[in-house]
Write a protein that binds this ligand. Structure first.
Ligand SMILES: [Zn+2]
Length: 71
């Protein structure tokens, strides 16, 4: 798993999200319903965090982060 250095400049709760996101992909590839069910077990508000991350990504240059791309 390769995390972009910029990920670690994010707020801690978003770093948690990015790491949990990547770990969930070890079990499930892609972003289907099964994937989100698994991720929600680790981070119940994962959808809110995803939106927050997407918003940040639009305002800041983060390069290709693990969660912003297809990762
Ligand atoms: Zn993903």
């Amino acid at each position: 798993m390769a995390l972009h250095w910029a990920v670690f400049q994010l707020p801690a709760h978003l770093v948690d999200y990015v790491i949990a996101h990547e770990l969930a992909h070890i079990k499930i590839a892609g972003h289907g319903p099964d994937y989100w069910t698994l991720l929600r077990r680790a981070i119940p508000d994962c959808e809110a965090r995803k939106e927050e991350l997407d918003d940040l990504g639009r305002r800041l240059w983060l390069g290709q982060t693990a969660a912003a791309g297809d990762g």
